[in-house]
Design a protein around this ligand. Structure first.
Ligand code: LLP
Length: 431
C-alpha cells in the first residue's frame, strides 16, 4: 500500500498526520473517514503556485462535488482557491461556511429556478450557463432584481477522455453544455444582444475525470482559444476567462501513473501561451477545477474487520463494517483501491482475500483481489485514496448511518462531520 501525504509507520502502526490510526478508532469508532489536512493544503498550494494564480491572475476552483463540508470550505477559502458548486445544497454549504460568494462558480445542467434565484441572491461570481432554459431564467430574475450577472457558457468541445481512453469524436451527445458544431453556441451568444442583465465573460468545458493523459487537455486548450478568436471576430466580444474544467487523474493502485500537479499545470499554461501566440490573441485568464486531485489521496477509510469466510480453493471473504454505502465507487465503476491493516503494518502480506462490505448486495465488494497480512476479526482495515467521491456519494442504503469524518494534522485530530445515528437516519420519516 502506498503511503500518501503525511502517513508514516511507527511501532507497526499506521499514523496519519502524526496521529495513530488505532487512537482514532478508539476515539471515534469505525467506519471512519480520516483526512490529512496537510496534504489537502499542500495540493491547494501546488495548484496556486504552478497554475500561476498570483502571477497571471489565473484561478483554481476546487470542485466541491469531490468532498465538501463546512470545514473543507474553510480550508479552500484559507488557501485562496475558488469553489465550483453544482447544486443548491453545495451552494448552501459554501454560504454557511462563510465562503466568499464572488469566488463561487455555479455549475449544473439543470439548475432549478429556486437554485438560480438562490445563486443570484447570494451573489455567486459566475454562473456556468449550460443551456437556453437557464439563460432565459437568469435574465428574467436579474431583470427583476436590476442586477447584471457574469456568466460563462459551457460548451461540448467534442473531446471525451476517461482514464486511458481518449476520443475525439466531435460528439454532440452529451447532456452538458452548448453544442459547438450545430451552431447552438452562436445562437446563445446572439440571444445576449437583447439580454441586458447578463454579461458573457468566458467559456467553460470539462472533458472527463481521472485522466492521466495530457493530450486531450492540449486539444481542449486549442479549441477554446480558437473560439475566443472566432467570437471576437464574429461578435466583437472579448472573452477574458477560459475555464478548462477538472479531471486530473490520481493514484489509487499501482496501475495508475498520474502526472504531477506541477507538470499538468505547466503543460496547460505553456500550450495556452503557444496557441494564443500562434493565432494572435492575448492569453485569457485560465481557470481549472480540480476536485479529485486535491482531496482523493488525502482521505482514507478505517473499518473494523468482522466475519472472515474462507471457501477453500475458491476465495476468502473478509467483511468490514461499511461498504458501498460509504464508497460506491468499486460497485459503480469497478474502481480499484489499496488496503492494509493499520495495527499490523510491518507484517508481510501473504494472503489474497476479497474485501466485502456489509450491504445486502452481492456486488458490495470493496476490493476483489487484496493482498493482506494474517488478519483476524477485530483488526482495523484501511482503504486509501477514498477522499474524493466517497463521503460525497455516501448513502443510507440498508439504513446504514453515514460514518464520521475526522481531519488530522500535526498530531491533532478534529471531528468535522459527526457520525449519523439511527434517529437521524429516520429523521425525515412520518407516521
Ligand atoms: N468540473 C466539472 C464541470 C466537473 O463535472 C467535474 C467532475 C470536475 C470539475 C471535477 O473533476 P475531478 O477533478 O474531480 O475529476 N463520481 C465520479 C467522478 C464524477 C466527476 C464529475 N465531474 C468518480 O467517483 O469517479
Amino acid at each position: 500500500m502506498k503511503l500518501h501525504g503525511n502517513m508514516s509507520i511507527r511501532n507497526n502502526t499506521l499514523y496519519i498526520g502524526g496521529v495513530s490510526c488505532t487512537e482514532l478508532v478508539n476515539k471515534y469508532s469505525t467506519p471512519l473517514y480520516v483526512f490529512d489536512e496537510g496534504l489537502i493544503r499542500e495540493n491547494c498550494r501546488k495548484y496556486n503556485k504552478y497554475f500561476k494564480v498570483e502571477e497571471n491572475k489565473n484561478k483554481v476552483a476546487y470542485a466541491g462535488k469531490a468532498f465538501l463540508t463546512l470545514y473543507m470550505c474553510k480550508i479552500i477559502k484559507e488557501e485562496n482557491l475558488c469553489l465550483d458548486v453544482v447544486s443548491g445544497g453545495e451552494l448552501y454549504t459554501a454560504h454557511k461556511a462563510g465562503f466568499p460568494m464572488e469566488n463561487v462558480l455555479f455549475h449544473g445542467n439543470n439548475k432549478t429556478i429556486d437554485e438560480i434565484n438562490m445563486g443570484i441572491e447570494l451573489g455567486v461570481g459566475r454562473f456556468v450557463v449550460d443551456n437556453f432554459y437557464e439563460l432565459d431564467i437568469i435574465e428574467d430574475i436579474c431583470k427583476k432584481r436590476n442586477k447584471v450577472q457574469e456568466i460563462y457558457f459551457r460548451i461540448t468541445p467534442g473531446i471525451e477522455a476517461h482514464t486511458h481512453d481518449y476520443i475525439k469524436t466531435g460528439q454532440i451527445d452529451s447532456k452538458f453544455g452548448f453544442v459547438l458544431i450545430n451552431g447552438d453556441l452562436y445562437e446563445a451568444i446572439e440571444k445576449l444582444y437583447k439580454y441586458k442583465n447578463i454579461k458573457l465573460v468566458g467559456l467553460h468545458a470539462h472533458i472527463g475525470s481521472q485522466i492521466f493523459d495530457i493530450e486531450p487537455y492540449m486539444d481542449e486548450v486549442d479549441i477554446m482559444m480558437d473560439l475566443v478568436k472566432e467570437i471576437k471576430i464574429k461578435y466583437n466580444i472579448d472573452l477574458k476567462e477560459i475555464d478548462l474544467g477538472g479531471g486530473i487523474g490520481v493514484y489509487y493502485t499501482k496501475e495508475d501513473n498520474p502526472k504531477s500537479i506541477q507538470d499538468f499545470c505547466e503543460a496547460i499554461i505553456k500550450r495556452a501561451e503557444q496557441k494564443c501566440k500562434k493565432i494572435g490573441i492575448k492569453v485569457p485568464k485560465l481557470i481549472i477545477e480540480p476536485g479529485r486531485s486535491i482531496s482523493a489521496n488525502a482521505g482514507s477509510t478505517l473499518y473494523t474487520i468482522g466475519s472472515i469466510k474462507d471457501i477453500k480453493d475458491v476465495r476468502t471473504y473478509v467483511s468490514v463494517d461499511g461498504g458501498m454505502t460509504d464508497n460506491i465507487r468499486p460497485s459503480l465503476y469497478k474502481a480499484g483501491y489499496e488496503c492494509s491493516v493499520v495495527n499490523k503494518m510491518k507484517y508481510e502480506k501473504v494472503n489474497k482475500v476479497t474485501v466485502a462490505g456489509k450491504c445486502c448486495e452481492s456486488g458490495d465488494i470493496l476490493i476483489t483481489h487484496a493482498n493482506v497480512m494474517d488478519i483476524e476479526s477485530g483488526d482495523i482495515l484501511i482503504t486509501t485514496s477514498t477522499g474524493a467521491y466517497g463521503y460525497s456519494m455516501a448513502s443510507n442504503y440498508n439504513k446504514i448511518p453515514k460514518p464520521a469524518v475526522v481531519m488530522v494534522s500535526n498530531g491533532n485530530h478534529r471531528l468535522i462531520c459527526k457520525r449519523q445515528n439511527y434517529e437521524e437516519v429516520i429523521n425525515l420519516e412520518l407516521i
